[in-house]
Design a protein around this ligand. Structure first.
Ligand SMILES: Cc1cc2nc3c(=O)[nH]c(=O)nc-3n(C[C@H](O)[C@H](O)[C@H](O)COP(=O)(O)O)c2cc1C
Ligand code: SF4
Length: 550
């Protein structure tokens, strides 16, 4: 990260955002910004051309290889395990040249698979059978509905009404900021983005910083293949997410809320843009809200296809128009975040939960869940469940119940569940009874709750191929800042690829050594976390994997 570039990028304020402009010119220039436009942007922001060019080459949807891409096939874990993508690929190739076909990971259509992105919209399920029609008519998107099971409805409780939003805002603005923050602290809520950091402590840290400019960032870059619970909230509870950001602004003294939403969720981007406009039209955001003197503005920024932007400091670099590289900490974002100003980065689900907490009280929230995991959690169930979709359960709910009762069990024989995204653990089915949906139970058993997405690995899906897929993803998405991850994920992928396709055995000692180097030497949890599923697979599927290791 360059402090000079952060400052230069911030000079023009949030409305004139460099990254936003890069994304927009890339669309107009056929998939990647022209050199002329990159030079103009560099001049406008007083940077060198190398900065703007270097940045765009790090994002899938802006880099030069993206030029001319017309259709993207999902290559995420859930579609892979469902075995639907070869058919999607064959159908796509009947209509498009190979150069026009790209990949996206993943579209959040894990509940019905066969996912692809065409003409700026997402499709899944049996849409691929109507591809010819879609190309001819170029209309509409397919909404990709899923079942929502609100076992304990907090986040799934309806909150989609501007008058309800206004009433709550009026009431909230009457309360002192320190009392609102106390509600958040009383709730004992921990962040839902993966790390489980206490929200109250984060907000207090930002509040205590002295600065005229502070930012609240909603991390809507839900990149974990298999997860689509943030997509659910963005598309179906946008007011709840936005209200949570406003409360964060009140508590910390921030006046800007930035929603960084992944390009793979085009519907979510549109919905949030419309909802923000509606709030402006109703004077519920902007200058001097409801004549209280409080000012809070929103900016929606469409991400450009880099998984590592889910990591909060890479995300901040992205918004600044820099390459999405992870920053070293300290300083933490609450001290020096966006444009080097105090910044809170929270996950979509955490922010939506803040709205419920302010509505109902922190102590009510704290009554739910377990000692160290309060409240509820959204769980994403993929297409191999009989009832795929979103389930909201109280923390501490037995995993068995989620899988067999709310998810209706599996459509085919399954040997393992990959829970919590690519960096989460691989849970063999016999371990299901030992787990409940909370941070402690997963940690105690050597797994990770993460964002609580569940991808089923079928009995007949070779574990070596699953590991190969994971390390291919990890290598492709590494930001490259630290060498254990930049080189280690690639070497591991090469080993797994040769083992899976050429029957070349892997030296187990060397592989374990590589995993330890990744875990101990990586700067962030991308390289540091990817050994977990590999170790789980070796521990629980040793017999199956034996063939590939010596
Ligand atoms: C590789 C990587 C990917 C991540 N992806 C996401 C993500 O997609 N969404 C998210 O909210 N947090 C993600 N995180 C965690 C964020 O860095 C950060 O901890 C989180 O946004 C903080 O929000 P919370 O406190 O509400 O959980 C990721 C972290 C890493 C290391
Ligand atoms: S671990 Fe990987 S993603 Fe994280 S900083 Fe290092 S190279 Fe970047």
């Amino acid at each position: 990260m360059s402090k000079n570039l952060s400052a230069l990028s911030g000079r023009k304020g949030m409305q004139q955002n460099l990254f936003d402009k890069m994304g927009k010119v890339s669309v107009n220039d056929g998939g990647t910004p022209s050199f002329q436009h990159l030079e103009q942007l560099a001049d406008e922001f007083l940077m060198g051309d190398a900065n703007t060019y270097g940045s765009i080459t790090a994002y899938d949807f802006m880099k030069p290889e993206n030029r001319g891409k017309e259709i993207y096939i999902c290559n995420g874990s859930a579609c892979l395990c469902a075995g639907t993508q070869d058919r999607v690929h064959d159908k796509v190739m009947q209509h498009f040249d190979a150069e026009a076909v790209g990949h996206m990971t993943c579209l959040g259509r894990c509940h019905e698979n066969s996912s692809f992105h065409y003409d700026g919209k997402n499709f899944s399920g049996n849409s691929i059978d109507h591809l010819e029609e879609l190309i001819r008519e170029k209309k509409g998107g397919q909404n990709g509905r899923y079942s929502v099971t609100p076992v304990k409805p907090l986040l799934t409780e309806p909150f989609n009404d501007i008058p309800v939003f206004k009433n709550l805002l009026q009431e909230t603005l009457k309360r002192p900021a320190d009392k609102l923050l106390q509600e958040i602290k009383d709730s004992q809520i921990r962040g839902r983005g993966g790390a489980g950091f206490p929200m109250g402590i984060k907000w207090e840290g930002c509040r205590n910083e002295i600065s005229t400019d502070k930012f609240i960032i909603c991390n809507a870059d839900e990149g974990d293949p298999g997860a689509f619970s943030d997509r659910y909230l963005l598309e179906e509870r946008p007011l709840s997410v936005l209200f949570g950001m406003l409360v964060a602004g009140l508590c910390t003294g921030a006046n800007w809320g930035v929603l960084f939403i992944r390009a793979e969720y085009p519907e979510a981007v549109n919905i949030l843009e419309q909802t923000v406009q509606e709030l402006y039209a109703n004077h519920l955001v902007g200058e001097n809200i409801l004549n209280t003197g409080f000012t809070f503005n929103f900016k929606v920024i469409k991400a450009q296809g880099a998984y590592i932007c889910g990591e909060e400091t890479a995300l901040i670099n992205a918004i600044e128009g820099q390459r999405p590289e992870v920053r070293t900490r300290p300083p933490f974002p609450t001290q020096q975040g966006l444009f080097l100003k105090p910044t809170v980065v929270n996950n979509v689900e955490t922010l939506a939960a803040a709205t419920w907490i302010i509505q109902h009280g922190g102590s009510e929230y704290a009554k739910l869940g377990t000692e160290k995991s309060r409240g509820t959690k959204l769980v994403s169930l993929d297409g191999l469940f009989n009832k795929p979709g979103i389930v909201e359960v109280e923390m501490g709910t037995p995993l068995e119940k989620v899988i067999y009762e709310y998810g209706g069990g599996f459509r085919k024989e399954v040997k393992a569940l990959h829970i919590g995204g690519p960096l989460g653990g691989i849970v063999p089915v016999e371990k299901i009874p030992a787990l409940s949906i909370d941070f402690e139970s997963f940690a105690a058993e050597g797994f990770l709750l993460g964002h609580a997405s569940i991808v089923c690995i079928p009995q007949d899906f070779p574990m070596i191929k699953y590991l190969e897929h994971l390390f291919e993803f990890a290598a492709f998405e590494s930001c490259g800042k630290c060498f254990p991850c930049r080189l280690g994920t690639r070497r591991a992928h090469e080993m797994l690829h040769s083992a899976a396709h050429d029957m070349k055995p892997i030296n187990l000692e060397l592989f374990q050594d590589l995993l330890s180097t990744l875990q101990q030497g990586s700067l962030c949890a991308h390289g540091g976390g990817i050994p977990l599923p590999a170790r789980n697979a070796l521990q629980y599927f040793g017999e199956e994997l034996n063939l590939h290791f010596n």
